[in-house]
Write a protein that binds this ligand. Structure first.
Ligand code: UDP
Length: 195
């Protein structure tokens, strides 16, 4: 894994191809991994937010999801090659899941959004095993139940769409409880899948 630093946050030096390769490697591990998709705004936010910086430092891959990061890298010669967006990486992951029969769970979005996203994903990728989904609005006392339900289903990949940086912090906070191989924050991507 090769990373560079932008305002103190590690960003992986990846192309779409190598990001997918890294993702597959993480999926083969027995331990839990998580992937972040920071854009310029998140990196700037992390500068003032210790918790967010820690999340980015401990995550297993931070793809450069923002043209501003690529421009900063060009100016300061930080080595980034190309922009890799969360929506594109999610698409590649779903393609891979379809072909390798991996399972997913989608957590987030307004009521009905995850369901529509799942419908559209299955239409395009019928080989994916969708273990479950749930909207991203919940009270503190519902959280335990949400996690228990995810763990009962133990998907290979848990997509979390609570908006950035809430979703990244949520994954990080629960990383030792969550029974999925990989969790990834996908934000508004599920609204795009929902159409
Ligand atoms: N979201 C959610 N729970 C929340 C806040 C947001 O499920 O408490 C969902 C929201 O409905 C949307 C997604 O998170 O589907 C991404 O939100 P937003 O567009 O604000 O974030 P971004 O894509 O910029 O990270």
């Amino acid at each position: 894994r090769k990373t560079t630093k932008i305002y103190g946050s590690p960003i992986d030096i990846v192309t779409m191809e190598s990001a997918v390769e890294r993702f597959k490697q993480l999926l083969d591990r027995s331990s839990f991994s998580f992937v972040c998709t920071p854009n310029t705004e998140i990196v700037m936010m992390a500068k003032e937010d210790e918790e967010l910086t820690e999340v980015l430092k401990l995550s297993d891959m931070n793809i450069p999801d923002g043209i501003g990061l690529i421009i900063a890298s060009k100016i300061h010669r930080l080595g980034l090659v190309e922009r890799v967006t969360g929506i594109d990486l999610m698409g590649e992951i779903l393609k891979f899941c379809n072909y390798s029969r991996k399972s997913i769970y989608i957590f987030g979005g307004k009521p009905g959004v995850a369901k529509r996203a799942v419908h559209n994903i299955l239409e395009k990728y019928p080989g994916i095993e969708v273990k479950g989904y749930r909207n991203g609005y919940f009270k503190k006392d519902e959280e335990k139940n949400i996690i228990e339900n995810i763990n009962k289903l133990s998907p290979d990949i848990l997509f979390v769409a609570l908006g950035a940086p809430k979703q990244e912090k949520w994954i990080y906070k629960h990383r030792k409880e969550l029974k999925a191989k990989i969790a990834m924050g996908v934000g508004g991507c599920i609204d795009i899948w929902a159409g």
